[in-house]
Design a protein around this ligand. Structure first.
Ligand SMILES: C=C(O[C@@H]1C=C(C(=O)O)C=C[C@H]1O)C(=O)O
Length: 367
């Protein structure tokens, strides 16, 4: 009895302390939000209606500082995620950011959009990557989020091809661990699944699992994982590979979890917009280069990077859609356009190739 009483007493005291801490946190968050409102006034005063409310480089710096200061017990990622939401809410006071993503609702791209901009952003689904580009170009939204590469399946060529004809800039990147699940509906007969819907990339990422668990089922590629989930309604012999979120949205059941072949399966997404982003201190730059298919062409392109000791993080080739035998390279490297070494390197590269377009310098993914 005495023990129960001391326990009650200890809980009461701790909860009183937590109430006091919450009160202070609440006051500090409000104070921060008022500061952000003042930032908006300053931005408005000098921008004649064209204020840039969202500042990717500043947000990256804020999150990095949160992680550097962290003394635990929460992990850096967990603490940064909380601050991500505080900033998202503060930014929404200035102006809710409007983001187009490759939909429908429930796709990994939507998860990436919310991971990057936080839950206070207004996210709008579009059914094709081209449409996301078009919405941003038309100014109907502030930013777009599109997938660009997967650690198992490689590049999302559709996104790269869009950059060839677009003047949009890359303003940021997001990385997302991607887990796949096998979803079924209430009417599915789980012993007679003969058709499995998903996006082509996801089917490929679960190839081995499907080979061993459903070797005879027909694999049907559809436009997105969420579309796969949506198709299940009313089909008694079908399943879908999709994120757990899609099960929630479309009222489905998870039959098997984490069925991806590679446990560290992750996808990188790009934030596209019209903004040129200043340096944050840890940045990446993406360029697009067009060149003739001559002997030594790739060496010529890469040599200045090597000489200036610039780290390349990715090189992709796509056939150009204009000239015959002309290739287009997408190159990502560490550093920002404002850095004189990067600028000098790109000047050199530019003199060696048919065309060079800077797609953007942007903060490296923090979360
Ligand atoms: C407050 C600002 O505006 C926005 C909100 C931020 C925040 O809440 O810290 C950071 C950058 C901007 O996206 C700012 O530019 O400092």
């Amino acid at each position: 009895m005495a023990d129960a009483k001391t326990q009650e007493q200890a809980l009461l005291e701790l909860r009183n302390r937590i109430d006091g801490i919450d009160e202070r946190i609440g006051q500090l968050i409000s104070e921060r939000a008022r500061c952000a409102q003042e930032v908006a006034e300053v931005k408005n005063a000098s921008a004649e209606g064209r204020a840039l409310y969202y500042r990717p480089e500043r947000e990256a710096q804020v999150l990095r500082k949160v992680m550097e200061r962290n003394e635990g017990p929460l992990s850096n990622e967990e603490l940064a995620r909380l601050f991500r939401e505080i900033m998202s809410a503060c930014l929404a006071l200035e102006q809710p950011v409007k983001v187009a993503y490759l939909g429908p609702e429930g796709t990994f791209t939507q998860q990436a959009a919310l991971k990057h901009f936080g839950q206070s952003a207004v996210s709008l689904p579009f059914s094709a990557i081209d449409e996301v580009f078009r919405e941003v170009e038309a100014g109907a939204v502030n930013y777009g989020v599109v997938p660009v590469e997967n650690s198992t399946e490689g590049v999302v060529s559709h996104t790269l091809d869009n950059f060839m004809s677009s003047n949009l800039k890359i303003c940021g990147e997001v990385e997302l661990r991607v887990h796949h699940n096998l979803l079924v509906s209430d009417v599915t007969n789980v012993n007679s699944i003969s058709r499995i819907y998903s996006h082509g990339q996801s089917l490929a990422q679960c190839r081995k699992w499907l080979d061993s668990h459903y070797p005879k089922a027909e694999r049907v590629a559809v436009s997105s994982n969420a579309e796969a989930a949506r198709r299940l309604k009313g089909e008694w012999n079908a399943a879908a590979i999709a994120p757990a979120k899609a099960a929630e949205i479309y009222g489905l059941n998870i039959l098997a979890e984490k069925i991806e072949d590679q446990p560290d399966n992750s996808t990188r997404f790009l934030i596209i917009g019209t903004q040129v982003v200043p340096a944050s201190g840890h940045d990446k730059t993406s360029i697009l280069v067009a060149m003739r298919n001559q002997p030594g062409a790739l060496h010529n392109l890469l040599e200045p990077f090597h000489r200036h000791e610039i780290d390349l993080t990715r090189v992709e080739t796509r056939p150009s859609r204009t000239g015959v035998w002309t290739y287009v390279f997408f190159v990502d490297f560490n550093g920002h356009m404002d850095d004189p070494v990067i600028r000098a390197t790109l000047d050199e590269v530019s003199s060696r190739v048919a065309d060079l377009k800077v797609l953007g310098s942007y903060p490296k993914a923090v979360l």
